[in-house]
Design a protein around this ligand. Structure first.
Ligand code: TYC
Length: 125
């Protein structure tokens, strides 16, 4: 008997979905659910991580945080720190939710340990 060109695709779909076929010891009944398996990936929402200015946190501490937590070069860290110092707020990076959240926590923990009022927040992009 002639095999339909797409027949093997249909079989594979059923096998992947766990459907039982005749002669497989399951009494020839298809008991599984035929579910089309389609790779589904979605790009994560992105969040900006921001540093806020204050009058007390030492500039060197902010530069250190930008290098340690956000992997900035000393030059970029200085530029970002100065931007925050002058304008009040500045972006340290843009990340998926959990990475942004972890970075905010690392900054806030470091600030608290060193008794600086430095604030770090995240906002959906
Ligand atoms: N304004 C602080 C000072 O003059 C420096 C500073 C920069 C603090 C950036 C916080 O996010 C900040 N020492």
């Amino acid at each position: 008997m002639e095999r339909h060109p797409r027949a093997h695709h249909a079989e594979r779909r059923h096998r992947l979905a766990g459907a039982r076929r005749a002669g497989d010891g399951q009494g020839g009944r298809q008991t599984g659910t035929a579910t089309k398996i389609r790779p589904r990936t979605k790009r994560p929402s992105l969040y900006r991580v921001l540093l806020l200015n204050d009058d007390y946190t030492p500039m060197e501490f902010v530069i250190g945080v930008l290098q340690e937590v956000f992997s900035k070069t000393p030059e970029d860290a200085f530029q970002i720190m100065m931007h925050v110092h002058k304008s009040g707020v500045g972006e340290c990076g843009v990340y998926p939710f959990e990475i942004a959240e972890t970075k905010v926590m690392r900054v806030m923990d470091a600030a608290q340990k060193n008794q600086h009022p430095l604030q770090c927040v995240m906002e959906k992009q």
